[in-house]
Design a protein around this ligand. Structure first.
Ligand SMILES: [Zn+2]
Length: 286
């Protein structure tokens, strides 16, 4: 479901949109038509939602208080198999409360098979396991960062103008063995092909040689929203650098566990991995 409201225009417009949604997407929960809650994004497994409110309001998603920027921006996302029922509550300083309740729409994910992964990577030795564990810990740590950047609120563009070769949520079988679901969007590209920043932000991490993900770059877009770029051959930026949407920040590679060069772009809201293709559908709220 897409709830997009531009400008303070009218409650009428809002009601109309909700009415439409309720007709076309009957499995979706009914959303109260309250103009105070302005959202863009899809209430769907793997979806990203941005919201706008008065900066002094307190926003809660269930019990979790979401940071609200000075411009009133906030954000949340749903994991791949999220079946939770959520209540979004906005409380004004005067104690006025607006709520909206929803459950992300269920999705069906693609199953794919990849053969020819080397034995060395399929059955990592002890040293490799230790390294992979360290890589994982570094990524978990970096996803805990919650900066006050608000770059997420401007929306996201594709990091490559190239064919998409892998999608979010798909489950892969390597040499016939079921693996963790794929959380990125894969783009075609030769070694050295450019990777653009999908949104502005700050570089949080660059590791040239992670065991599974190879050259790995993380960009912070604010409020726990991060982009990860995997299997890179090089980074053109370093930790702490500010990047602008569309800047060329890295080069495609074939490092880590891959069968060939490509870009794997992943997105997180802290530890929640959401679908970059859904993130690209959000529009800034005026
Ligand atoms: Zn991938």
């Amino acid at each position: 479901m897409k709830v997009l409201l531009k400008g303070p225009s009218s409650v009428l417009k809002l009601k109309k949109r909700y009415a439409l949604l309720m007709v076309s997407l009957s499995t979706l929960p009914v959303i109260s038509a309250q103009a105070e809650i302005q959202l863009s994004g899809e209430i769907k497994q793997g979806g990203l939602v941005i919201g706008k409110t008065h900066t002094n309001n307190v926003v809660r998603l269930n019990k979790k208080v979401l940071p609200v920027s000075a411009q009133g921006d906030y954000v949340f996302a749903f994991s791949r198999d999220d079946k939770m029922k959520y209540t979004l509550t906005i409380t004004s300083p005067a104690g006025k409360i607006e709520t909206q309740t929803f459950t992300p729409t269920k999705r069906d994910y693609k199953i794919s098979r990849v053969e020819g992964i080397s034995k060395k990577i399929m059955n990592p030795n002890k040293k490799a396991n230790i390294r992979a564990g360290e890589d994982r810990a570094a990524m978990v740590k970096v996803r805990k960062v919650s900066s006050n950047l608000t770059d997420f609120s401007q929306g996201f563009i594709a990091p490559r103008s190239a064919r998409i070769t892998g999608v979010y949520g798909s489950q892969r079988f390597y040499n016939g063995i079921a693996k963790n679901p794929h959380f990125g969007v894969d783009y075609a590209g030769q070694i050295g092909a450019p990777v653009k920043a999908p949104a502005s932000g700050t570089v949080l991490l660059w590791v040239p040689d992670m065991f599974y993900s190879g050259g790995t770059l993380v960009i912070d877009h604010g409020h726990g929203i991060t982009s990860n770029f995997l299997h890179l051959s090089a980074s053109l930026v370093k930790v702490g650098d500010k990047v602008k949407q569309g800047d060329i920040i890295a080069k495609v590679g074939n490092s880590g566990r891959v069968t060939g060069p490509h870009l794997d772009w992943r997105m997180n809201w802290h530890q929640v991995r959401f679908d970059p293709q859904l993130a690209m559908k959000i529009s800034p709220i005026q």
